[in-house]
Every structure is written in C-alpha cells, then in structure tokens.
Design a protein around this ligand. Sequence first.
Ligand code: HEM
Length: 278
Amino acid sequence: MPDIADARANIMQPGKQRTPATAWLQRSAKLWFVATAFGQLLFILFILAFYYRSTLAGNFAAWDSKPIIDGYIQGDRIGNLAFAGHVLVAAAMITAGLLQLVPAIRARHPAIHRWVGRMFMTSALLLAFGGLWLVWVRGTYMNLIGAAGISLNAALIIWFAAMAWQSARRRQFVAHRQWALRLFIVANAVWYMRIGYMIWGISTGGAGIGEAMDGPFDYFLAFGNSLVPLALMELYLRVGKSGSGGARLAMAVALLVAATATAGGSAAAWFVMWYPYI
Ligand code: HEM
C-alpha cells in the first residue's frame, strides 16, 4: 500500500531526480499555478461582488444587469433558486480547488486537505448536476452544440470526481493526484472559456465568434474549454512521469506559454467581462 508520504509529495513535483530539465519544469509549473491563482481570484472577486451581493440581498433581478442567457426569469421560482445556488456554490468551489493545490497545506495540514477536498468535490458535483438541470430542464442554452459542450464538461467532472474520491479512499495517492489534477482542470472549464474568448477576441478581433455563440470559434471553445487544458495537463502528467530531458524542457515552455495566456486572459476578462458590472 502506498505510504502516506506519497500524499505529501509535492503535487507540482514532476520527477524525483532533480535534473536541470526537471528543475525548469517545476519552476514553470509553479508559475502556472501563480497565474492560475491570480486569474481565479479575479473570477471569485467578480462572483462575490456581483452575484453574492445581489443574491444574498434577494435582488435576483439584478443578475440580468449584465449579459446573460437566462439569469432571472420572473415567475420561475425553482429556476431562479437553482441559479442562485449555482453561483453561490461556484465561488466556494473555485476557492476550495485553489487551496487544494497549495503544497504547504497538503504537506503540513493533511486534515485540512481532506476536508477542503471533500468540499471541492461535493461542490463540483453540485455544479455539474445543477448545471445539467439548468441546461436541459430550464432550457438555458444558446444552441445545441454549446449545450453538448457544457454537458461533456459536466460528465468529465462527475467521472474525475468519482475517480479522485475512490483513489483517495483506497489510499492510492499517485492515482489520486492525477485524477484530482484532471478534476481541477475540468471543474474550472467555465473560467477557461472566458480566458479563451478574451485571448481569441483580442488577437483576432473576434473572428469566428457568432452573434448567438454560433460561430466556428464558439463551437470549438464549447468543447475546447475542457479538452485543451485537459490535454495540456495529460501531457504534463506523462512528461513528469517518464519524459526525457528534452520533453521536460518543451513542457516547461508550454507551461510558460499557458501561464502567460492564463494571466493575460484573466486580466482582460476582469476589465471586459467582470469589472464593468460590479
Ligand atoms: C463546475 C464549475 C462551474 C462553475 C464554477 C460555474 C460557474 C458559473 C457562473 C459564475 C455562472 C454565471 C455566469 C455569468 O455571469 O456569466 C454560471 C452560469 C451558468 N452555468 Fe455554470 N458553472 C460551472 C459548471 C457548470 C456546468 C457543468 C454547467 C452545465 C452542465 C453549467 C451551466 C450553467 C448555466 C446554464 C448557467 C446560466 C447561464 C445564463 O443564464 O446565462 N455550469 N456558472
């Protein structure tokens, strides 16, 4: 049975031998985490300032003061309550996910790691099932391809949460780390979607983005918001386990690019999508 030390292994540590390539990979993974934390804190800030303020004050109609598909619908008590729950849980889930990646908490406070982990997985599942309800029962979607893309995201969240939970219970900590990292990525796909729109919109002037989210880029991003970051994470996990020096260096460069895109896209989302409405 794997030792508890496995659980305390640095999640950002891609290999045991610290060759120069491994050291570079570790450095860029840390930088990726810093950029991720920066961008997610901005998203959390927006959710608190915009959604928590209006929802906790009972002013559901204020949701519609920003562009949104449905948000508040007069007379739809259950749908409005479901959406209120969705946005309230969202900030809790993103915060819990971030805390799970802080190495010091995992290493020094395993009990906190376990409790925050349960909170992260439970809230990710609530968002996935609740989100599926919003799409397929309340009917909140712009087009069927977008609905299919976000539903794939929900399915991946449910699958990865089940695997991360099961491997933790069985104390298979190496497998747990991998499933938990995959879950972290797909649970944050809606945030990656906003980053994707910002980077693409700014660099192309909005090519392929349709009025009703029905352009080729919209269709690509409907699935790409989960699958592109997940592919990068899979590569990272594989290269970290058995990659050559060259592969580790290439992965370090890819993570640097991802960190830059994450920080830049999140800052742009703050100024374009979030700050103007709070
Ligand atoms: C698991 C992580 C998730 C987080 C953190 C999250 C967060 C959010 C936030 C912050 C909003 C408000 C949108 C805005 O102001 O632009 C929202 C809306 C929404 N989400 Fe999620 N969500 C998640 C997963 C999902 C999933 C998996 C689905 C569907 C299967 C989903 C479906 C929806 C729908 C339908 C809306 C309403 C959009 C509207 O009325 O315009 N969400 N979500």
